[in-house]
Design a protein around this ligand. Structure first.
Ligand SMILES: *[C@@H]1O[C@H](CO)[C@@H](O)[C@H](O)[C@H]1NC(C)=O
Length: 222
């Protein structure tokens, strides 16, 4: 019983020593939070918007330079060059939301009439066009930069050409003092016509035509 306890204590002690050794090794080889490692040395990092031109030595600190145009670093770093700014390409249906600066990458957003299918943080990496509603449907929910449009069907005596925000009631020709030429559908409004005018025209033309005919017939006679 005594031997077993001793064995256990000894194992525990060994484990603790190993752990201590491991922790010491990590701590001694690791650099501070604002430092980066180069060979065996720890050098102070360059601040955001800068990159390392020359590592530090025993005698002088790290030498840093600002990121050139169209490049950036958005964290303190030990990088030998800055990251390239992303491009918001109209060929992938994106435009610039916020231009690139030395301390932050470009942010892109969908072109007008498109919505984002690949969002990242505040930006977007890919977009597609909003669904186009068909004739007979109205736009129930307008598409946004992050949601597609939602279409819904016209019902009853209403119509929409697919671009209306709601279906419009068919014109009632009677209320205009006119006649229904073609009844409305869900895609088209009623076609009204003023038949009275057609009758008037006919009344004016018919006697003229008759008169012309009579004149012709009379002239033909020898
Ligand atoms: C629908 O009608 C409106 C005017 O009422 C017009 O501006 C639009 O271009 C039409 N849309 C389609 C898809 O025909």
């Amino acid at each position: 019983m005594q031997g077993m306890t001793n064995d256990f204590t000894e194992s525990l002690l060994k484990f603790c020593l190993l752990l201590l050794y491991a922790v010491c090794a990590v701590v001694m080889s690791a650099c501070g939070p604002a430092e980066y490692k180069t060979g065996q040395e720890c050098c102070p990092m360059c601040v955001t918007g800068y990159f390392v031109k020359r590592d530090c030595t025993e005698f002088r600190s790290t030498s840093c330079l600002p990121c050139p145009n169209s490049t950036y670093t958005d964290v303190p770093n030990g990088l030998s060059k800055c990251f390239s700014c992303s491009v918001c390409d109209s060929s992938v249906l994106l435009k610039v939301k916020r231009a690139c600066s030395s301390i932050s990458d470009t942010l892109c957003e969908p072109l007008e009439g498109h919505y984002c299918t690949d969002p990242i943080q505040d930006g977007c990496r890919g977009a597609v066009e909003h669904t186009k509603c068909s004739p007979g449907q109205y736009i129930n929910q307008t598409g946004t930069a992050y949601t597609d449009a939602v279409c819904a069907e016209c019902v009853g005596d209403t119509y929409s050409n697919g671009s209306f925000a709601s279906c419009r009631p068919h014109t009632r020709c009677e209320s205009l003092g006119q006649y229904t030429g073609k009844p409305g559908t869900h895609t088209e409004d009623t076609y009204c016509e003023n038949r009275r005018r057609h009758h008037m025209l006919l009344l004016a033309v018919l006697p003229l035509a008759c008169a012309s005919l009579v004149v012709l017939v009379v002239r033909r006679k020898p």
